[in-house]
Design a binder for this molecule. Structure first.
Ligand code: ADP
Length: 393
């Protein structure tokens, strides 16, 4: 094993637990997988260990049993002679306090639970994952890596909402931003693709997946981003509404007789691409339906690309120019259509897409022409590796 460090990365959702085991000597993942439908008798556990893919249906009553089942499989495979030196945890919200990754102490865990006020769907699950993992691995360091951390220092004028200032201060109501590990990762990779230092570049990173956020990265630092206090704001997403007039919420609550839980559910789980198209939250299905003439699927598709373009235009102003635009996450990495459509009206910025490179390449690459004033890149994100790196750091 030599001096290498093995890091287990965990991402706990309300009914899921994703894991990834990294050999940080080589920065490679040696095992990965996910338990889904935790809490049910027919939960699903999918693992790829030693290159061997397996999917099982089993009862996983809680996250504890899920982690135990994962470790059992790891011990039977790679882990029989591989120690876990540290555990890195993805935590969605670091609240006003955490602008960097931290070693998990009782105080940190308490804070993560308290910040459920900003991320009620995510932080309680993240905290539960940490508790279970700390009991299982009591003697190794656990590190919390926050989605919000990269955006911690965006300027006041970019993060302040137009509500009474005292209330913003009292409750920490402001834009926090998310997908920070992804934006930081793809911005750094883009600088490498451009063979230029990150600290010399103005980059707009477009993370377009089930959740979508756009980020203005100025010389390596996030200076604005499209998500807000919660991951609901900004571009429309798979099932989230994105930015809407707050009065819509009041109106729907009154006329549809919705309480807080019902409106939260509607805006988070029944809106966005799914709500508009009535077809699916999955963009591949939206594309197919749009191509076969479904008007609502076309509308959903158009709204997504329009929103992304709006933010790129806005952030070109925020950055006072732009050197590179980067596409990442499921849709950004794979949808030729979305990239072409978004870039089709960015000629005024000096963007010239190379249709060949956009259509036919794979993986990390430049997809603009050599004479394009703005370099456009595709960079598959790797949030798990970023969390492992942060854990080692
Ligand atoms: P998450 O936010 O859950 O990590 P992903 O980044 O995996 O999401 O993105 C999921 C989205 O990517 C889905 O809408 C899916 O349809 C879309 N997607 C994945 N592959 C393709 C593809 N080949 N073409 C278009 N969209 C794709």
């Amino acid at each position: 094993m030599g001096d290498t460090v093995f890091v287990l990365v965990l991402n706990a959702g309300s009914s899921s637990l994703k894991f990834n085991l990294f050999d940080m000597g080589k920065e490679v993942s040696i095992a990965e997988g996910m338990a889904e439908r935790i809490g049910l008798n027919d939960a699903i556990l999918a693992c790829t260990i030693d290159g061997d893919k397996r999917k099982e249906t089993l009862a996983l009553p809680t996250h504890r049993e899920a982690l135990e089942a994962i470790l059992e499989r790891l011990h039977a495979g790679v882990l029989h002679d591989t120690p876990v030196h540290a555990v890195g945890h993805r935590v969605v919200h670091g609240g006003p306090k955490y602008g960097d990754s931290v070693l998990v102490t009782d105080e940190v865990l308490h804070d993560i639970e308290a910040f459920a006020m900003y991320a009620p769907l995510h932080n309680p699950a993240n905290a539960l994952g940490i508790r279970v993992a700390k009991e299982t691995f009591p003697d190794v360091p656990h590190v919390a890596v926050f989605d919000t951390a990269f955006h911690h220092n965006i300027p006041d004028h970019a993060r302040t909402y137009g509500i009474p200032y005292e209330l913003s201060q009292k409750y920490g109501i402001r834009r926090y931003g998310f997908h920070g590990t992804s934006h930081a990762f793809v911005a750094a990779r883009t600088a490498i693709l451009l063979c230029r230092p990150l600290r010399a570049l103005k980059i707009i990173t477009c993370h377009i997946g089930n959740g979508t956020s756009i980020c203005a990265v100025d010389h390596g630092k996030s200076v604005d981003t499209s998500m807000g206090m919660t991951p609901l704001q900004g571009v429309i997403m798979g099932t989230r509404c994105g930015t809407i007039d707050p009065s819509v919420v009041e109106m729907l609550m009154e006329y549809e007789h919705l309480d807080y839980a019902a409106i939260t559910d509607l805006l988070n789980k029944k809106s966005g691409l799914l709500g508009i198209s009535g077809v699916s939250s999955d963009f591949r299905e939206i594309e197919l339906a749009a191509e076969s003439g479904n008007d609502r699927a076309r509308l959903a598709r158009d709204l997504l690309t329009y929103n992304v373009r709006q933010f790129i235009g806005s952030y070109a102003t925020v950055l006072d120019g732009v050197d590179a635009i980067t596409f990442t996450a499921g849709i950004g990495t794979h949808s030729t259509y979305v990239r072409a459509k978004v870039c089709s009206k960015l000629g005024f910025l000096g963007v010239k897409l190379d249709p060949e490179a956009n259509e036919h390449g794979t993986g990390e690459r430049i997809i603009s022409t050599p004479d394009s004033r703005v370099v456009v890149t595709v960079v598959p994100t790797n949030e798990e590796l970023m969390i492992a790196r942060e854990t080692v750091r």
